[in-house]
Design a protein around this ligand. Sequence first.
Ligand code: 3MF
Ligand code: MG
Length: 347
Amino acid sequence: MSMQSSYRFSFGPWNISEGADPFGPEVRPAYPHEGKYALYKAMGFDGVQFHDDDVVPDLAKLTTAQALQKAGEVGRMLNNQGLVPEFVAPRLWFAEQTIDGGYTSNSAADRAYAWDRTRVCVDIARAIGSKAIVLWLAREGSYIREAKDAKLAYERLLELVDNILTYDHQIEIWIEPKPNEPTDLAYVPTAGHAIALAYASQAPKRVKALIESAHAILAGLDPSDEMAFCLAHDKLGSVHLNDQNGLKYDQDKNFGAVNLRAAFNQVLVLEDNGYGKNGEFVGLDVKAFRTQRGSPVTQHLKSSRELFLLLVEKVHTYDRKLVQQLRDARDYEALELYTLRHLLAAN
Ligand code: 3MF
Ligand code: MG
């Protein structure tokens, strides 16, 4: 077991939001996108997660050369501020061409658009000095299963992964599984699906998963087990820590805010397996309450980070000898009580 506590944290600019939801408009004044980078360091964050159009606003209106020039400027700005770009993800769920998904759309023109956008995303990632792209397969799925040929869709996704690996011989692909929302039936709903794609690909070492706590919960799975599965295959590219109150819309609540014990188990599996030692970030993907006043609203990011670090302490002081004894004695009743007492500081 390896003990370590020097974690690097990341979040994406979309985590500082104006509070709009599907039922109503923005409720907070917009905080200038470019101004958000200056907030990172003071809050204890070093990594920036990006969508392609977070790096290059108005991406669709620019030529590739213009986009890459802007990306180069952003890369230099990050460098000057001591920030690291963690990944760039193609935002494939806004465009008209992706109404029915991109890579798995039934329309060849839509699929061509998705591929073009993905290539530009890889180029942007390289231009800002990011070693990975993230594929959150937002609209790759269906609302009714009869709408698409699912076998063909999975073949197309593998072809996509291979095309990216061939297009760029260094970039890593981190697949972020999610079982639903915005589609009903999403392809690649779990870590198992993502890792199967990795092994089936032409360069398995460069294909990993990004596990988001809320997405695992939406799939009815334990987030720490999803992380453990990836770690066992040396394929945990990153995490999106947050929380989720049951099977509802994707909530992106603060890490540990719903299920402290499940959060403890996530920190435990990361800490025990040396996560972060090869530069991996502790990524957050958390949403501020719509009710929160102010601009920018950042408390949710600070709270989730603090909660993670408090749980690292709890992992360090978790009595492993006792845990081992109780495991050996198969006394899980006592193990459960000890664990809960430990979390409540009631030892
Ligand atoms: C959706 C998500 C996404 C991804 C992001 C990066 C908007 O549920 O979690 O956040 O994390 O697109 O791939
Ligand atoms: Mg996410």
